[in-house]
Design a protein around this ligand. Structure first.
Ligand code: HEM
Length: 219
């Protein structure tokens, strides 16, 4: 007999998915062009293309700012909803973080129930947003470099590099969780098609699944 089709529920709207994927693409372009700009002579195969790398980096940075302005203007509910998702950090979130940090054999209790974004995803969202603001501010200062006091443009340079170094492990961790862990891979469908299986939502985001079943959550 055929298996019954799993019930799917809406997790991310079209605007949220567009924001995620355009941001991810721009992030990769910024990271690669930025690394080429930081590498010194002899290390950089694109050294003679420095101006090209620089304009790719600046254009991608402008596109990133434009992306947020477009989403804020075209779909204000998207950013509001993300803010609502991350503004609460309650006892279940703290328990969830402890749960994932404790080795598997020592975990006595089941996974603490989570809302639409779990505690790790909340931290990822907040850190990514904060880093984006930091990159924009330090990048703008570096751009206006020659007109600024040397100490300020040097500080901007240092912080821009520090932010890059902090973002690399954050994004790498995000990719490992999204692509490699069988227990969380069900989320991939959500960020690609917008919908996930209801049983996945119940297992990983029990409090969100509850609101869905009561008809309170709509994307
Ligand atoms: C191939 C690249 C990527 C894949 C496969 C991927 C996958 C995913 C998935 C599956 C989710 C949804 C998680 C859920 O529904 O529970 C998500 C959300 C998210 N992604 Fe990505 N992502 C990628 C690149 C990036 C990049 C480059 C960034 C930022 C620099 C990023 C930042 C975020 C943020 C902030 C969220 C919301 C919070 C979270 O789920 O952690 N992603 N991504």
């Amino acid at each position: 007999m055929d298996e019954p089709r799993p019930r799917l529920v809406q997790r991310f709207s079209g605007a949220e998915r567009t924001l995620h994927w355009v941001y991810a693409l721009l992030f990769v372009i910024l990271l690669l062009s930025g690394l080429f700009l930081y590498l010194g002579p002899g290390q950089n195969p694109f050294l003679d293309r420095r101006e090209l790398m620089r304009s790719i980096h600046l254009d991608a940075a402008l596109a990133l700012v434009a992306l947020f302005l477009l989403v804020a203007a075209g779909s204000p509910g998207t950013l509001r909803r993300l803010r609502d998702d991350v503004e609460w950090f309650d006892r279940d979130d703290a328990r969830w973080l402890l749960w994932v940090l404790v080795p598997r054999r020592l975990r006595g209790r089941p996974l603490p129930p989570q809302r639409r974004l779990n505690a790790g995803q909340k931290l990822n969202t907040v850190l990514t947003a904060a880093a984006t603001v930091g990159f924009t501010v330090t990048g703008t200062l570096m751009w206006g470099g020659s007109a600024l006091p040397t100490s300020l443009s040097e500080a901007a340079d240092t912080w821009h590099l520090l932010l890059t170094e902090a973002m690399i492990p954050l994004v790498a961790g995000h990719l490992v969780v999204a692509l490699l862990f069988p227990s969380t891979r069900g989320a991939l469908r959500g960020i690609v098609t917008g919908r996930v299986r209801l049983d996945f939502a119940r297992r990983r985001h029990a409090r969100w699944a509850e609101t869905l079943e009561q008809g309170e959550d709509t994307v």
